[in-house]
Structures are given as C-alpha cells and as structure tokens.
Design a binder for this molecule. Structure first.
Ligand code: 9MJ
Length: 648
C-alpha cells in the first residue's frame, strides 16, 4: 500500500536524521514499547455521561424541562442531533495544534493515559489541519471498531483457536487498554469526535453544529449522519430515520444524541449531578442482553442438519422477547463454551435470528462445575428425532442425521417445503397439519399427499369437514405444476428456485435431468461441481426415484420442451410489471412471463419490450409512455401470451 511505502521511507529519514523526528510524525503511530501501567489523568473538565430516554414521552419531558429552564415554554427549541456511537469515550488534548495527550473517561474525573495507543489510530490526527491552531483544544469523542475490522479480528482469533470478542465495543475497549501499543496498532480502531472541552486562544462558534463543522475542517472525523432539527417532532423524525440507517452503518450505534444547538443555551442550562441538562441520549431497544441458558436442545432441519439451540430465560432484546437462540453448530458451541446454567449475551439485530454471542464463564455458578449436566456441550451421537446415527463429514461444520429417507424431522420439513408457496403452492397445508399427517402415518412422502382422501383428512383431530375439503382441493389444484416448480419442490440440496428454473429450461423433461451426468449438468449456467454432485446424488437415491415415480402417477408436474430444442415464443423479450393487476399476483405474472421464455425486469428502459401496468402504476408507466413502449393491461397481457405477438 502507498501509505506503508511512504511510512517506511519516513522511518528511514528519521533514523538518519533523528533531530527531524517530531511527536506528530506518522511513524509515532506504529506503537512504542509496552508500558508497565497506565498513568492517571485528572480531567480538567469532567467527562460526563448522558442521561437516557427510552420513549417519546421521555424525550418530550426532556424538551419540556429545557424550555422551562430557558423560560421559552412556547418555543420550538433547536437541537443538534447525531448518532450515539457504541464505543469508548476518550478525550484528546491538542497544544498548538499538536496531539499531546489522550485519556479514557475512567470514572469521569480521573482516566487513564492511553496516548501511546491513541497515536496508533489513523483517524486521530497527530496535527490539526490549520494555520492558526488554538493554544489548547480538548476534543471529546468515541473510539470504536468498525464492524468489518471486528469481523476480521474475530475470524483471525478463531483460526488461532483463541476466544473471540463478543462485540465491536468490547473489542475496541480491549484493544485500547493494551499496555503494548503494538497490539493496539494491529487492531484498526476508529475515532469520531462529538464535542469539545476546554479551548484557549480561539473562540468557538455559537452553535454545537458549527463547532462540529469546525472540528471536521481541522480533520477530526465527525459523524456524517448529523442534523439540526426543531422541537420534539424533529427529534422523533431524526430518531426514526437514523433507525432505518442503523443496520447499514459500518459501526454500531445504540441511539441518537440530542443537544441544544446554541452553546449559550447549553451553558445556561448547565448540569444535574453527573450529566448535562442540555443533552440526552435517546436509546434504541438494546440488541444485546444478558440471560441464562436453561437447556441446550438439538433441532433437526429439512436437510437433516442438527442445530444446537439454547433455551433461554425470556429476555427482551432487539424489541422482542427472546426465548430461543441459535448456537449454530458443534464447533460454535465449543468455541463459545456455552453450558446449561451459564449467563450469556444474546443478540438480536434487525430481523436476524437471535444468537448467543458469548458466555460469561466468570458468572458460572460454582456448584455447577462438578455436575455432568453443566459440563461442556456434546453433540448427540444419535438423531434426537429418529434415533439413527449422526454423521459429520470431514471438513464440514454440520452434523447430519444419516437417515434422510425415514427421519420424520426431515420428512416433515421436506413435505412443508414441497407444499410451500414458491414450490407446489398447496393452499391450506401448514406446519401443524403436516405434523399431524406425518405423526398419524397418513403421509410419509410428498407423493402420499395425492392419494389422501377427504375422509382421512377430516378424521384428524380438530379438523373440520370444510377445512378437509379445502385442503383436498388445494392438493388437487397443485397437480400439473410447471417443471421448474416441481424441481424446486423436490428439495434437492443446493438447488434453489433460480437453479430449478435454469434446470427446467435446459433439460425440459424431468427424465432428462435425472439422467444427466456431471458434464451434462455443468452445461447449465451457474451449476458448479457442488451443485452437480448434489443433483446426481439425489437421483441416484432409489428412495427418491420411488417418490418421483409416485408423483409421476399423480401427474404432479408437466414436462416442457427444453429451451435449446425449441426457442420459446417470447425468448429474449423483456417485460416490466408495474402497479397492481386486478387478478394476477406479481409472482404469477412473472411465472407466466418466464414460462414463455421472457424475462421480467425491474426497471423500464429502451430495451423493454412490454410494460404490463395495473392500478396505481407510477413512474415506470410514465417512463414507458415517454419512450413510446407497448403498454398492456392484464387482459392485453393474457391475450398476448395466448395468441403470440402481433405487429403493433
Ligand atoms: C456518543 N456516545 O456518541 C456524547 N456521544 O456528549 C455523543 N456522546 C456526549 N455525544 C456529551 N454523540 C457527553 C457525551
């Protein structure tokens, strides 16, 4: 990297001419020799914490107190708003523009001198970018670790068999409080400034927002997601908008910070106890909480993979109550050393599945240590559902039940997948019903669905006659599905919806696909060795061939013509769907387009052949009109597909 080359060049120059070495030289970032201990730093201006608000009511109360304190009850106050970084508060001291000392918050009054470590952080300027530096400037801000650096650090730790950090905040804290700055230097920490404390020789601007702009001009990193808003409505709008950005930010935030924008107002309001009256942190629901593991169970999925799941004391995290969290696989449980009775950190961010991030063994109850119940987790050697032996292949993290054909867990999941909306789309067949059908032995494979009698369904517990009839007609309606859906419905490992479509188009007939060898399969775009091997293995399995034969008798699918043999009528034609059609769903219309060889695209361009517009079609329709494209309503679209294209 260019930076590294220049750094080495500078190191050479400084070694040759030591009098040229200055404390703000980039070579001083690399990391000095380890310290015995950190020196203590008494902060000239205490490092305060912020009071928290967890609801709009609490934000409104904060705003009301501010208006009362300023005797401006009837006004909308102006606030500078910014993200609340989830890192470590630090203070940086610049004398005549040169970084001379940095410290942690500590207890707010006294912190630790971590200057040598802070020097290794490239985001912290060693010299401010100005011709007229203040005699003294104390900058307050947050040290944090970007998520990508955190992921890399943990990845490396795991590869070395070391314990990973629970979250970027802990990783940043652990990295900053290293007595050996060379370690900090390798950790890639980042920094954002959010205020000042103590300044001599220059006058600050009148507002917090202008102060932040000034810090940015000095080359101190500040949040880009800053704004100035007025009143509670402005604060809430910012909070919600920042919330939508949160998951996509490269660093963790745990809320928004609101500060009265006028510094004179800030001074007037002053402080209560250890927090300012002029600022508040509005927190998002925590994404991580502590709870206790009550049990570790093992679930078996559709493909037979055993997944350890922690049953937890219910805990409110990420906006919902969580009682189960995935532990991923055997290696992950071992690595995190999660045991029954442990206190653990549970994380739920966005819509992702809750996971146990780390165990806190220091909180492990002493009495548990001797009990085998609370020993390290061991994967069962028999499938918890069917009792068959489990197997873990070399190089794989997954442990699988070996009984793919008969294990009810896999059967139920396979049937649910077969019936799902994007597969055979059997209306009325949900998980409760599949559970009953499999448990009563009425259905063992997807093919059994087609021989079910209404009476048999109606005989199930809690099943009304009407619902039985509905399911029966749902099953009937699912016969003669297009080949692509059927291939997808088979649940061949590695074969998703798109691959199924590609295979159906390429081979045209199921028998052609079943007979294809590796070379033939690899002719299909995006089919690599792993997918090809999985398909071959599936059709080699005699049980699978039996099920397919039964499904053939049930006329579950219809073969088509392979695309290469007879190009579809609308091959190469591009359709754009916009608005709501009166009868067809978007998925249905898309499937019809693809069935005739066309492509459904997302946006209108000169390359679009047809635009199918329904109610409330917006800008796409306008653009199509502008480009003078063929525009069809639903009936025109159906007519086109039925009759083929006519010159327009
Ligand atoms: C954080 N953590 O992002 C403050 N903070 O202001 C921001 N913290 C703060 N401001 C005064 N953005 C005390 C703490």
């Amino acid at each position: 990297m260019e930076y590294d080359r220049l750094l080495r060049e500078l190191q050479g120059l400084e070694a040759a001419h030591p009098h040229l070495l200055t404390p703000d030289s980039p070579t001083q970032r690399v990391g000095a020799a380890p310290l015995e201990d950190f020196a203590q730093v008494v902060h000239d201006v205490p490092m305060l914490s912020l009071n928290n608000a967890f609801s709009e009511d609490e934000v409104a109360a904060f705003d009301r107190r501010a208006r009362e304190g300023l005797e401006r009850e009837g006004d909308q106050l102006e606030y500078a708003v910014e993200p609340k970084f989830d890192g470590l508060a630090i203070t940086l001291r610049y004398k005549h523009g040169v970084f001379v000392r940095g410290a942690t918050r500590g207890d707010g009054t006294t912190g630790e001198d971590v200057t040598a470590n802070l020097r290794t952080i490239r985001a912290i300027p060693l010299r401010l970018e100005t011709d007229a530096p203040p005699a003294l400037l104390e900058v307050r801000g947050e040290v944090l670790m970007l998520r990508r650096d955190f992921d890399r650090l943990n990845q490396e730790a795991r590869e070395r068999g070391e314990k990973a950090f629970a979250n970027p905040r802990n990783a940043a804290a652990g990295s900053l409080r290293q007595l050996d700055p060379r370690i900090t230097a390798r950790r890639h920490l980042h920094f954002f400034a959010y205020g000042t404390a103590g300044i001599e020789g220059v006058k600050l601007p009148a507002t917090h927002s202008a102060t932040m702009d000034w810090l940015a001009a000095l080359r101190l990193p500040v949040a880009r997601q800053r704004d100035v808003v007025s009143g509670v409505a402005g604060l809430m709008a910012y909070f919600n908008e920042l919330g939508t950005l949160r998951a996509g930010l490269p660093f963790d935030i745990d809320g928004a910070v609101y500060k009265l924008n006028l510094l004179a107002d800030q001074e007037r309001l002053g402080f209560v106890a250890r927090a300012p009256r002029f600022a508040i942190a509005h927190k998002y629901p925590a994404q991580e909480e502590l709870t206790v593991v009550e049990a570790i169970e093992v679930q078996v999925g559709r493909t037979g993979v055993l997944t350890p799941v922690a049953r937890l004391q219910p805990v409110f995290v990420g906006g919902v109550t969580v009682t189960n969290a995935t532990l991923h696989n055997e290696d992950e449980v071992r690595r995190r050393d999660v045991r029954v009775g442990d206190t653990v950190i549970v994380r739920r961010a966005g819509d992702v599945i809750p996971e146990v991030v780390a165990s806190l063994p220091e909180r492990r109850p002493l009495r548990d240590l001797a009990s085998p119940l609370h020993g390290p987790f061991v994967m069962p050697t028999a499938c918890p559902v069917c009792g068959a032996p489990v197997q873990r292949l070399d190089g794989e993290t997954a442990t699988r039940c070996s009984n793919t054909l008969e294990c009810p867990a896999q059967r139920k999941q396979a049937i649910l997948h077969f019936a799902s909306r994007r597969a055979m789309d059997i209306e009325g067949l949900g998980d409760k019903l599949v559970e009953q059908l499999v448990d009563t032995g009425l259905v063992r494979t997807p093919a059994d669905l087609y021989t079910l009698q209404t009476e048999q369904i109606a005989g199930l517990e809690r099943m009304a006659r009407k619902s039985a009839e509905n399911l029966k007609s749902g099953i009937e309606a699912s016969r003669r599905r297009p080949l692509a859906r059927f291939i997808f419905a088979l649940g061949i490992r590695q074969v998703g919806e798109q691959t199924a479509k590609d295979l159906a188009r390429h081979f045209g007939k199921l028998d052609e696909l079943a007979a294809a060898d590796d070379a033939a399969l690899r002719q299909v775009a995006d089919v690599g060795p792993v997918v090809a091997a999985s398909i071959t293995a599936f059709f080699l399995e005699s049980h699978n061939r039996d099920v397919i034969e039964a499904l053939r008798r049930a006329e579950a699918w219809v073969d088509g013509e392979a695309r290469a043999a007879a190009p579809a009528r609308f091959a190469g034609k591009t359709f754009v769907l916009t608005g709501t059609l009166p009868n067809l769903s978007r998925d249905q219309a898309k499937a019809m387009i693809e069935a005739v060889g066309g492509k459904a695209a997302g946006s209108v361009s000169g390359k679009t052949d047809y635009v199918v517009a329904g109610a409330e079609a917006g800008s796409k329709l306008a653009k199509a009109q502008q480009l003078n494209l063929r525009i069809l309503d639903e009936s025109g679209f159906l007519q086109l597909l039925d009759q083929g294209d006519s010159p327009s």
